[in-house]
Design a binder for this molecule. Sequence first.
Ligand SMILES: [Zn+2]
Length: 614
Amino acid sequence: MPEPVAFRPVQGSLPPRDAIPPGDTWDLTAICRDWDEWTRTYHDLESEVGAFGELRGTLAQGANHLLAAFRAMDTMGALSYRVWYFASLHYDQDQRDNAIDARRQQVQILFARQQQTGSWFNPELLAIPLETVRDWIGASAELGVYGFAIESLFHEQEHVLDEQGERLMSFAGRFNSVPHDSYAALTTADAKFPSITIGGGEQVTLSYGQYRALLETNRRQEDRAAAYRAFHRTYADNQNTYAALYNGVLQRDWFHARARGYDTTLDAALHGNNIPTSVVESLIAGTRQGVEPLRRYHRLRRRVLGVESYRLFDVALSLIEHDVRYPYSDVGDWVVDSVAPLGEAYQQHVRQAFDERWIDVYENVGKRSGAYSAPVYGAHPYMLLNYNETLDSVFTLAHEMGHSMHTLLSHQTQPFVYAGYTIFVAEVPSTLSEALFLDLMLERARSREERIVLLQHAIDSIASTFYTQVLFAEFELEAHRLVEQDRPVTADVLNTLYATLLRDYYGDVIDEDEMSRVTWARIPHFFSTPYYVYQYATCFASTAKIMQGLRAPGAGARAERVDQYLSLLRAGGSDYPMSLLAQAGVDLSQPDTVLAVATELNALVERLETELAS
Ligand SMILES: [Zn+2]
């Protein structure tokens, strides 16, 4: 029997799903054996939801009643994972399937009902004095499990208003999303992508994907400049509208903060996760101290690209042309090898993900785009990829594997109530997994070209996931402060703020361009999720700090760091993120945590300089 030939995706063609070998698709039977079992599970959830409504009015009767309600919520929660993901993962395989879409929507409708019939729980619990609940927790080990969940609910309660106040807030809630909805309409539904003519007379329509690809690969600076200017022209032409919409976001946030009794919008944003505002402030201060390696990288790029004037449209271009393909059949072993520093048991789990079909590898007709790791409680994590053999897609696999191992260890260790984790820690294991993978790839790279491509990939990801996000965080913090101090918000004010930040971070390394001032308008996060992006940067800094420990000399010290790190993963959502990270030896209020990124970047730039000079 000849060896079966491994499947390889063909560029520019999209296979039907049944052309993909089953071994490269995920096996969803760990969630439900078939649709019959799914239907039974769905009905189980339905009756649990009904039963939960009957507990209403019982909580104040004592610890046992509260415990019963928490346990009922756990049961519903665990069933919800299986019911939702079996339908939604099937749907993502081929989103054209209406029958599966209908089942998925059926689950969403049940979830909405669940939310309605369960809405009595929080107010009823919060009506019991905290001291009484603490006495119950102290007297019952079983209820004690829910201690942190209860404490954090009461913590959130600190800024909940009385009934009349909450009623008013809920009325206001109806127009909360207007600035963002208008932004989305202006940038997507009503957007007209500009067309430009490039070098050889070729006409290119600048959708976002086309635009990015052009900046990364087109070696003619005039083409990149033309694309950059045409792409941002639409923003510049509407800058007063964008400024007015952003002012809407700022005013709304300030309204919420003041109505709920917070001192600032930042306090309001960080309260839920119990994160001190000094974390964001020291992130910004530390990053500003550590901009030199970033500038060093751009000076190097200016030299290597040989451009007379180096602009923002030059920062994404690949330093060398080198098109390596990474067949999926090779990379599985590499991913397993790369996590060797985390120990054999961890490696075994990663191996299991490949062997037991947790991964849906290739693109097919109708499949959802992008990549994710789905935390299916009661089964195991599943990963959706659209693997296309590029370096990006290899790192995406390493990234999603990090999320999946976090999920696995947390689900294995924590009771249901703490099995999930917040975004504030979520991107630590994924970026750490990428960092370990980079170490291995650099070690095994066969040529100078390959090393250069890998180093640029790593450096660009620090620039975009860390430095750019901190710059964004500083922009939104300063913009919010404008309204907090009753100062006007106009396009001029926002453009000047943004241009100043670009100068502060890049110095004179990147030549200024009139158009760059308005590029803040292009960042959807500012309009959709204020005070969100800083978390990418804090996660990245935490990862850099943990990586320093994992690379430390001395096997004993390293083993201790590995233990600390794995306990962070096992801890799931059992505490506030700052306390969880502290267990892994990360203190985000310390500037040296943030500076770990600058140190790492500097080392990578130095290596890149050496490779380029050889
Ligand atoms: Zn991620």
